[in-house]
Structures are given as structure tokens and as C-alpha cells.
Design a binder for this molecule. Structure first.
Ligand SMILES: Nc1nc2c(c(=O)[nH]1)N[C@H]1C(S)=C(S)[C@@H](COP(=O)(O)O)O[C@H]1N2
Ligand SMILES: [Mo]
Length: 160
């Protein structure tokens, strides 16, 4: 029985390592459903690359200092998908789910961040997409109500 265990771990590695490697350009990174164009819009890295990228430096509850995040504005992603509604239900890889008022994305420059300090976020480290609020620019954002909306490993947005 003993040699079986390393073998099983080996197998696991074979299956998990490709899953952790960077996504292909046309593979969907985010899936939007509900009140979006055609009821379903998949957004690939290629789609994001065609949009405007922004940078944002902010402190977070889970990192030291003020990392520099790079990504696309949440409101631009919703606009790209033709979203119309009041709320997005954001869902992460770990099935963390939370309602976010769409008004947040108009009141604040909230990023769907793909990079932190120049390094691509991976599913192992808050990636591939992390919702990042400009926490240091608006006093109101330094609040648990907003911290809960910093969804990491974001995979899906349901608009309603
Ligand atoms: N994917 C994912 N994102 C998440 C969570 C989670 O469990 N999974 N927790 C949320 C909550 S409740 C808070 S307060 C912030 C900060 O979480 P932490 O301080 O526990 O790391 O991340 C949010 N984003
Ligand atoms: Mo939390």
C-alpha cells in the first residue's frame, strides 16, 4: 500500500498543475449571466485586453503596504456585457457569494484586478481576478461592508 500514496500525489500534481497555469487568451475568465446581452456573456483575457486598463494603489486587509493593482474597471466590464440592473451577485472559485450594488462601480473606480505589483494573480493567490476597491481614497470604504465585496478568485457575475 505504501508506494501508492506518492503515486497518488503525483497524479494529483499532473491534474492540478495545468489548472494553475495561465489561462489561454480565449478561455473565459469571467462569466456574466442574468440581465446581460443574450443572458450570458463570457469574458476572455482577449476581451479584457481590448478594454482600458487602469492602475490603483491601495492598502488591503490581507496584504502589507499599498500594492499596485492593475486591471479593468468593474463598470467597464458591466458595460461591455450590456448589463442593466441594480445588483451583481459575485461568485468566487471557492463558492463565496456576495451581492454588490452596481452603484458601487459608478461611485468608485473599483477594479477587476489581474495583477498585483506587476505579477499576475493566480488562483493560488487571490487570482485570476480580484475585485479591488480604492480603499485609501474614500474614508467610507474602510469598512467591513465593503471589505466583504473584495471578492478574490472571482469567476462569475450574475446581474439582476
Ligand atoms: N473568494 C473569496 N473572496 C472573499 C472571501 C472569501 O471567503 N472568498 N471573504 C470576503 C470577506 S468576508 C472579507 S472580510 C474580505 C477579507 O477577507 P479576510 O480578511 O478574511 O482574508 O474578503 C472577502 N472576499
Ligand atoms: Mo468578512
Amino acid at each position: 500500500m505504501k508506494p501508492l500514496l506518492p503515486f497518488l500525489f503525483g497524479l494529483l500534481t499532473v491534474f492540478l498543475v495545468p489548472a494553475a497555469s495561465p489561462a489561454l487568451a480565449d478561455e473565459p475568465l469571467l462569466t456574466l449571466t442574468g440581465a446581460v446581452e443574450g443572458g450570458r456573456v463570457e469574458i476572455s483575457r482577449e476581451d479584457l485586453d481590448a478594454m482600458e486598463w487602469r492602475e490603483l494603489s491601495t492598502s488591503t486587509t490581507v496584504t502589507d503596504g499599498r500594492p499596485l493593482f492593475r486591471g479593468v474597471l468593474m463598470r467597464d466590464i458591466l458595460e461591455h456585457a450590456g448589463a442593466s440592473g441594480e445588483t451583481v451577485v459575485a461568485r468566487a472559485l471557492n463558492d463565496y457569494v456576495i451581492d454588490i450594488p452596481i452603484s458601487d462601480f459608478h461611485a468608485f473606480d473599483v477594479l477587476a484586478a489581474l495583477y498585483m505589483d506587476g505579477t499576475a494573480l493566480t488562483p493560488r493567490d487571490k487570482g485570476p481576478v480580484w475585485i479591488v476597491y480604492p480603499r485609501d481614497d474614500h474614508g467610507v470604504l474602510a469598512d467591513i461592508r465593503y471589505d466583504m465585496r473584495w471578492v478574490w478568485q472571482l469567476v462569475a457575475l450574475h446581474v439582476q
